[in-house]
Design a binder for this molecule. Structure first.
Ligand code: ZN
Ligand code: ZN
Length: 358
């Protein structure tokens, strides 16, 4: 979808909500509706005008990246300039993203804007749920980069390496392949630390006989990928193998349940039923997955609370996990595109149980 189309959706919102202007403050939404990839900027969109307010560090970049917008430089603060512009344009009713402003910013904005009436309920994030072909292509590339990093790091992992060294290797491979930055703080959790679903890499050394869970992702053009694989150092024992098989079956069952028209709760149920049959559901504490795009965590979610229907063009993760305190854990995650027929996993790193035997 071209920026023009995105802007017309914003302008439709002006009509629906009977507003004179929309103020876009959230960084990802500024990017989505203008093309500008920096920070410290807001967009002011009216029926006639498109303005991007930023400071001198960004004016040149903004002019290049957001050619549809008039670039307005501010010296005394984003909101002071915004108030000046709304006054000049005679804006009486302004909509903004209540969920994206902290209390102090909201107070400041209200003081500066004076008599204007506000609609703070705008949820612009919802307009980003269905991805277009360009967005999908960027996520596909971010997934391919993560896949490649996994293939390479498997050749590096040795007993005695620290989790941080493994995380650094993953991030290095991704960066070298074109990732702008890690999609989030890389998770490497080995042995008993595997029971921490978000165990960021520590100084712990990985040891023979341990499971190692790696959760990482790349960023391309601002768009994220998200993948988790769990491997074993040395031969797995019977329990490690049976937990792994259960999580993999749950992950695949959920993947085949993903299609347009189903709720996130139904997909979550599909995975949970597999783990329940093995008495493992009690160790699966989080939801099955989340949408992703310009942000790593977006709506809708795959969880018991997921009432929204999936639609073609949504990007979601499928990531069941089993976390057993004192033992460790297994999680397997793919980034998945909802297609008109069903689903397509965009991450392709192997999911058969990898045992690193040296
Ligand atoms: Zn992840
Ligand atoms: Zn995830």
């Amino acid at each position: 979808m071209r920026i023009e189309n995105r802007i017309s959706r914003l302008r439709t919102l002006l009509e629906e909500k009977i507003l004179d202007a929309v103020l876009v403050t959230k960084e990802e939404n500024v990017r989505y509706f203008s093309g500008f990839s920096g920070d410290s900027a807001v967009l002011l969109v009216t029926r006639e005008y498109l303005m991007l307010v930023t400071d001198s560090r960004y004016t040149e970049q903004a002019a290049a990246e957001a050619p549809l917008y008039e670039i307005v430089a501010q010296k005394d603060g984003l909101y002071a300039k915004t108030a000046e512009l709304t006054a000049q344009m005679g804006v009486v009713a302004l909509g903004f993203e209540g969920g994206a402003l902290v209390y102090d910013q909201h107070q400041k904005l209200c003081t500066l804007l004076g008599e204007i009436s506000f609609d703070t309920s705008l949820s612009l994030d919802a307009l980003r749920q269905i991805k277009d072909a360009n967005e999908i292509a960027l996520i596909r590339r971010a997934c391919a980069i993560a896949d490649e990093a996994f293939a390479r790091v498997i050749g590096d992992i040795r007993p005695g390496m620290t989790e941080m060294e493994i995380a650094a290797a993953l991030e290095w491979y991704m960066r070298r392949a074109g990732s702008e930055r890690p999609a989030f703080q890389t998770i490497v959790a080995s042995g008993v630390r595997g029971s921490l679903p978000h165990g960021v890499a520590s100084g712990k050394q990985v040891a023979h006989g341990e499971l190692v869970t790696m959760d990482f992702g790349a960023v391309c053009g601002g768009y994220h990928s998200d993948i988790t694989r769990t491997i074993c150092i040395g031969r797995a024992d019977a329990r490690q193998r049976s937990v792994y098989d259960a999580v993999l079956t749950a992950q695949q069952r959920a993947l085949s349940a993903i299609r347009p028209g189903v709720t996130g709760a139904a997909v979550d149920d599909a995975a949970r039923a597999v783990l329940d049959a093995q008495d493992l559901n009690q160790y699966f504490g989080h939801g099955l997955g989340h949408s992703l795009g310009l942000e790593i965590h977006e709506e809708p979610r795959l969880s018991q609370a997921g009432k929204e229907l999936l639609q073609p063009g949504m990007l979601i993760t499928d990531e069941p996990g089993v976390y057993i305190p004192g033992w460790g854990g297994v999680r397997i995650e793919d980034t998945v595109l909802v297609t008109s027929e069903g689903s397509e996993a965009l991450t392709h790193a192997p999911k058969e149980f990898i045992e690193i035997c040296l």
